[in-house]
Design a protein around this ligand. Structure first.
Ligand code: MTE
Ligand code: MO
Length: 573
């Protein structure tokens, strides 16, 4: 068998500079806009003046009605705080201060890397089809009419201080930050849940009587009329605070986890009943709305903490004391120094040490990714009616003479080469491949960048190929080589664990939606492995090699995007 290894780029990339990822130039999107009706778009920046006008009107109304005797009686009856149970704890223990700090610190990285992930496909949908023009929110121009427009072309740049990192298409690194820090944030959250229930602190976070509603209305009138309620957060929160904290701790945080997992291709394929309604795109849209809640919460929370007796409030959370000394402020200021240093350093550090980010991220989230990979779903989740009207293209199209020649001859001279650690190395042309037992499946594709689509794939099950080639027991990985080069030269390839080659949904497709696979989608042959993200599904396959390990192949990290763009080789989430 001809070796394809010499056609790989074996450079070991260790930094992100202007040449990285093929020197993809910066491209800024547009201000976020939401679709209204069929094709009208509302620029969300308008919410700033509209919000200010509404605030002024709200203040005028609240000031007006507060004069009314009935409203005064109402406020007297519902001053703002529901009564706490007798045994509710008073004050804040030190562990709460630590957890509050850790939570804030970790969320900085989660939010910033999350925004970078959205920027890689700056559109949100309510259906899994990701059809251009059907997005409900976009931060990018409408999709151009070019039929081969790729989702990589669609990605946008963020300022380095906003995104983590900010560079265009740095999603591989953003995901290590996002998923890696998530595990720490969840751990902190679990400790928090346990401790609040053990110590009774939960009573201060859970509304226990419906009178929280009139109390909240009363507090809203008091805030808006600029005659603010007297705060005594050391003992009890007012109704609005209580509701905001309750939503944040008991709804938004768990929703962040659930909607995050809802985007996993492996889980989505496994839990078909749930994912038929709660699709990957619904999960992604809700995940974004959870982010919007957190950002809004942080802004209002910090504003109110600093404007309703800052010193005392800071003492509560940062020094576990209830007075107006400067101790809490000093600890808060020190914690802000840590947060700001972390904020400023994160993106430059990532560009300088991307391999460290990749390694630490994998150490943190890798176990969960490995776990979900063991999901072997059967075909049959989707039906013909679910097939997407539009299926995005992605990647770098083949341009080599070798490929062009084959393409000009409608691939009659094409031969798939299968070799490496097998008892029976073979070459199969398309006629032979089509003569093998036919496998068909309707499945959902999920690109790491964020779009998804359902298609019907026709071809040969990888199990059939294993039966023919007979891999030796030492073969642990299967390398798929492409005719196309990747973004910085060297052919595109990917390593897949051999175990997954026997999965029911792993196949080589030569047909898509009952037609011969098109050029853009990988003609003449492409891989499908439905527990993995799209980038691992090599298109324009020319060869398959069975190996013991992939450290000698290309950059040695298990795939083109792992070598070049710091992706991971297990991408079930
Ligand atoms: N040879 C090759 N295969 C590739 C890519 C590529 O750049 N080169 N891109 C991958 C990515 S990122 C995705 S999402 C899918 C896209 O497949 P599609 O264009 O059929 O949607 O192909 C994958 N296979
Ligand atoms: Mo992708």
């Amino acid at each position: 068998m001809r070796s394809f290894r010499s056609e790989l780029d074996s450079t070991h990339y260790t930094a992100v500079d202007e040449h990285w990822a093929g020197g993809l130039p910066a491209q800024y999107g547009v201000a976020p806009r939401v679709r209204i009706g069929k094709s009208k778009w509302f620029n969300l920046l308008w919410l700033i003046p509209i919000g200010l006008v509404l605030l002024v009107i709200g203040i005028a109304v609240a000031k007006g009605i507060r004069e009314l005797p009935a409203v005064q009686d109402f406020i007297q009856q519902y001053p703002g705080e529901s009564e706490l149970p007798e045994n509710a704890p008073v004050g804040f223990p030190a562990w709460l201060g630590w957890q509050h700090f850790l939570n804030a610190f970790l969320m900085i990285f989660i939010i910033r890397s999350g925004v970078t992930i959205i920027a890689d496909h700056p559109r949100l949908y309510w259906s899994r089809h990701s059809t251009p023009g059907k997005d409900w929110l976009r931060m990018q121009k409408p999709v151009p009419s070019d039929p081969l427009y790729t989702s990589k072309q669609d990605s946008i740049t963020l300022p380095d201080g906003v995104g983590l990192p900010g560079r265009r298409h740095s999603i591989g690194l953003a995901r290590w930050w996002h998923l890696g820090v998530d595990t720490l944030w969840l751990l902190n959250g679990i400790v928090f849940y346990v401790l609040i229930f053990v110590t009774g602190q939960w009573m201060r976070l859970v509304p226990m009587s419906w009178d929280v509603i009139p109390h909240s209305i009363s507090v809203a009138i008091q805030y808006l009329s600029l005659d603010w309620p007297t705060e005594n957060g050391w003992v009890n929160y007012n109704g609005l605070q209580l509701i905001a904290y309750f939503i944040t701790v008991f709804i938004a945080a768990p929703a962040a986890l659930i909607t995050g997992l809802g985007m996993s291709p492996a889980l989505s394929t496994k839990f078909r009943t749930i994912s038929s309604v709660f699709s990957i795109q619904v999960a992604r849209s809700l995940h974004f709305l959870v982010l919007a809640w957190f950002v809004m919460f942080i802004i209002i929370h910090v504003t109110l903490v600093l404007t309703t007796g800052a010193l005392r409030n800071l003492n509560h959370m940062y020094a576990s004391r209830d007075d107006s000394s400067w101790v809490g402020f000093l600890i808060f200021a020190a914690s802000m120094v840590v947060i700001i240093v972390g904020w400023v350093a994160a993106t430059p550090f990532t560009y300088r040490h991307p391999r460290v980010v990749q390694k630490v991220g994998y150490a943190l989230i890798g176990p969960a990714q490995r776990l979900f990979e063991h999901i072997d779903s059967k075909p049959g989740q989707y039906a013909e009616k679910d097939i997407s009207p539009y299926f995005w293209h992605n990647g770098k199209f083949p341009e080599s003479e070798e490929y062009k020649k084959l393409q000009a001859g409608t691939f009659t001279d094409y031969k798939l080469q299968i070799g490496g650690l097998v008892d029976n190395p073979v070459e199969l042309d398309l006629e032979q491949l089509r003569a093998l037992s036919h496998h068909e499946q309707i499945t959902q594709h999920f690109c790491i960048q964020g779009w998804s689509g359902v298609a019907k794939w026709g071809g040969v099950s990888m199990q059939t190929i294993l039966d023919i080639a007979k891999p030796k027991p030492e073969a642990k990985w299967v390398i798929f080589y492409s005719f196309a080069v990747g973004s910085d030269g060297g052919i595109y390839y990917d390593a897949q664990p051999i175990e997954q080659m026997s999965y029911k949904l792993t196949m080589l497709a030569y047909d898509m939606n009952d037609e011969t696979l098109s050029f853009g989608h990988g003609a003449p042959l492409r891989l499908r492995n439905e527990v993995q993200l799209g980038f691992k599904l090599v298109k324009w396959i020319k060869g398959i090699e069975f190996v013991e390990d992939f450290s000698e192949v290309g950059g040695g990290l298990g795939g083109y995007d792992n070598d070049h763009e710091f992706f991971g080789y297990r991408q079930s989430i």
